[in-house]
Design a binder for this molecule. Structure first.
Ligand SMILES: C[S@@+](CC[C@H](N)C(=O)[O-])C[C@H]1O[C@@H](n2cnc3c(N)ncnc32)[C@H](O)[C@@H]1O
Length: 215
């Protein structure tokens, strides 16, 4: 056991990162707890409990090839898996780029190495910054909110003026069990800022669009 783990509590992100590295990309059944909207999470699969479910990665990739965004913004890179799936779709489209931010310096370094070694590095602008401090230029066509759950509402509010009225907003971890992100999305909807659809996936996924400017 490493000294860090022996003497102080290992940060959740670092533990999952270490375990995922040991598993070397092997998939396991999703083990988030069953919810009324998704009673059989084991029918889905995952690399680890931080990275989006494989089926959600597939959805992201298809959404990108379907809507052909010029600018994608992702909050919460973790190991860069979702970033790379999105970038693969951007490559297929032949246009667009993704800006992704990761707050934790240790996690950022690992994501950076992985992305620099990939064939999609020219499409990815990776930032070691908090989503609440990062500045992105231009109109956002696809916003994927996947950072720290307690700040997701703040995040969407912060980027909303920059999101295209024809754009798509995704908020991950919005299951009825995880609650916080689901509530955040419903609050934003109650205020009339966005319209939401709650996809019944293991960890929950909000697909939304902003109301202002919609035609
Ligand atoms: C759920 S993981 C992201 C998973 C990734 N999107 C994927 O599916 O492959 C969340 C990540 O957000 C990072 N994070 C937490 N707070 C953040 C913030 N304020 N800004 C950017 N990243 C943050 C965490 O360190 C963690 O690595």
């Amino acid at each position: 056991m490493g000294i860090e783990r022996l003497f102080r509590k290992e940060k959740q992100e670092h533990r999952i990162l270490r375990e995922a590295t040991q598993r070397a990309g092997q998939l396991v059944p999703e083990y988030h707890r069953p919810t009324p909207e998704c009673p059989h999470p084991e029918r889905w699969s995952m690399y680890d409990s931080m990275t989006a479910e494989v089926e959600v990665l597939e959805f992201l990739r298809t959404l990108v090839t379907t809507t052909k965004p010029n600018l994608v913004v992702e909050t919460g890179t973790f190991m860069g898996v979702s970033t790379l799936w999105i970038a693969e779709a951007l490559r297929r489209n032949g246009l667009g780029k993704i800006v992704s931010c990761e707050y934790d310096p240790k996690v950022f370094e690992i994501a950076k190495q992985k992305i620099e070694a990939s064939e999609f590095r020219d499409l990815i602008d990776l930032r070691n910054q908090s989503s609440l401090e990062m500045n992105v230029e231009g109109t956002i066509d696809l916003f994927f909110s996947d950072s720290d759950m307690p700040i997701r509402e703040q995040e969407v509010r912060r980027y909303l003026p920059q999101i295209s009225p024809f754009g798509i907003i995704l908020m991950h971890d919005a299951s009825s069990h995880l609650k916080q992100v689901r509530e955040a999305a419903l609050n934003l909807e109650r205020e009339g800022l966005i319209s939401v659809v709650l996809l019944p996936t293991p960890r929950g996924l909000v697909v939304a669009q902003k109301r202002e400017g919609r035609k």
